[in-house]
Write a protein that binds this ligand. Structure first.
Ligand code: PMP
Ligand code: GLN
Length: 385
């Protein structure tokens, strides 16, 4: 095998392989029940698969428009307006992208210069800080307060400096499964009011909010919508995480910068699948019923864990349930996650990997986007510990 003879000054010296890849690989290797990486173990709707066959055979297999096909952008704009009230211009303010991760990365690339600061909440979804750092930006962290993982808005205000260029928001939140309230969004609006800070709002779990709560999108708050990239993912909403497609809505000035980067990176997003979603999005029930499906799964999983020594933390959104194992073990969560996979056959995600320094509390994250049979088996094993 050839070897690179030069020296590499890594732009991301502290970054290894993502925990999702690591744990899913370990789960496969040990044939463990995989409750680690977040993806459904059930298939998407058959109607959606039928539309794939239809549109891949319809002769739309060449480059679609750079921003996405118009019918899909229209469907996205109408959906956002009907749910959250903000009206985005189809021509200039909506872009179809190859997934939410790409959208976040592209927004950061479009905005962040070396030395610019970006506010992140810790624990932080794993793609955010590397996206900032690879562009020379500096992540500035505000801690979420355990066990509610609530935001101290005074701490946010105190973290803002003249170099703060953006804040990455994520509700419902991965990995904590918490959601922001209307009060949170109003406080954010007030904190940002006299600044030029841009909000990159990761709302991939917008349709997975439980117990009658309402998803608090930046698109509900004019003072936030005017400075935000609203980002969502078809992968979560339609149980097709492998298709890697999502959308971004933002004011024209911001979207203009976003597209400058997008056109030289992916350039376009899978064409036939855009026709598929443009048609399938007419079925509003598909996303409006998602919360009920996952709430039932959350409750099923929690019920199956009754009597276990794991202590559930509140799961108010996403398809994750965090469990504290303080009564079970003194081990580091990274060690326990590996041991549970290898010795007991259940894979989870250690939450400390979403922190720079492991926190004092011990928590594992379990994905319940699984069949009841899988959840039952997993919970049975966990209950024996
Ligand atoms: N943001 C968060 C918070 C996520 O949990 C995920 C996905 N799993 C993504 C972004 C990525 O979404 P996509 O697969 O569309 O890139
Ligand atoms: N977002 C998913 C999770 O949190 C995984 C996505 C990925 O593997 N990058 O589990």
């Amino acid at each position: 095998m050839p070897t690179y003879p030069g020296q590499i000054h890594s732009k991301l010296p502290h970054v290894g392989t993502t925990i999702f890849t690591v744990m899913s690989r370990l789960a496969a290797e040990y044939k463990a029940i995989n409750l680690s990486q977040g993806f459904p173990d059930f298939d998407c709707a058959p109607e959606l698969r039928a539309l794939v066959t239809k549109h891949f055979n319809a002769g739309v297999n060449q480059y679609p428009p750079m921003a996405g096909i118009v019918p899909l952008r229209e469907a996205v704009a109408e959906k956002i307006e009907s749910l959250y009230g903000a009206r985005y211009d189809v021509e200039h303010e909506v872009t179809i992208v190859p997934g939410a991760t790409y959208a976040i990365y592209t927004a950061v690339a479009a905005l962040i210069r070396p030395g610019d600061e970006v506010l992140l909440f810790e624990p932080t979804y794993d793609s955010y800080a590397p996206a900032v750092e690879v562009h020379g930006g500096v992540p500035v962290y505000v801690q979420l307060r355990y066990p509610e993982y609530s935001i101290d808005w005074q701490a946010v205000e105190a973290a803002i400096t003249p170099k703060t260029r953006a804040i990455i928001l994520n509700t419902p939140h991965n990995p904590t499964a918490t959601v922001l309230s209307a009060e949170d969004l109003r406080l954010l609006e007030a904190v940002l009011k006299k600044t030029d800070i841009v909000v990159i709002s990761d709302e991939v779990y917008e349709h997975i909010v439980f117990d009658g709560h309402q998803h608090q999108s930046v698109a509900r708050y004019p003072g936030l919508a005017e400075r935000s990239f609203f980002i969502s993912s078809f992968g979560k909403t339609y149980s097709v995480t492998g298709w890697k497609m999502g959308y971004v809505a933002a004011p024209r000035e911001l979207m203009n910068e976003f597209r400058k980067v997008h056109q030289f990176n992916a350039f376009v997003t899978n064409g036939p699948l855009q026709y598929v979603f443009a048609e399938y999005m007419k079925n509003r029930d598909a996303y409006l019923q998602l919360a009920a499906l996952y709430q039932q799964k959350r409750d099923f999983f929690l019920d199956a864990l009754k009597g276990s020594r794991f202590k559930p933390l509140p799961s108010r959104g996403t398809f994750f349930q965090n469990l504290s194992y303080e009564a079970i073990s003194e081990e580091k969560d990274t060690d326990l996650a590996v041991r549970l996979t290898k010795e007991h056959g259940v894979a989870s995600i250690p939450v400390s990997v979403f922190y720079r320094q492991p926190p004092a509390h011990r928590v594992l994250r379990f994905c319940f986007a699984k069949s009841e049979e899988t959840l039952k088996k997993g919970a049975e094993i966990l209950s024996q510990l």
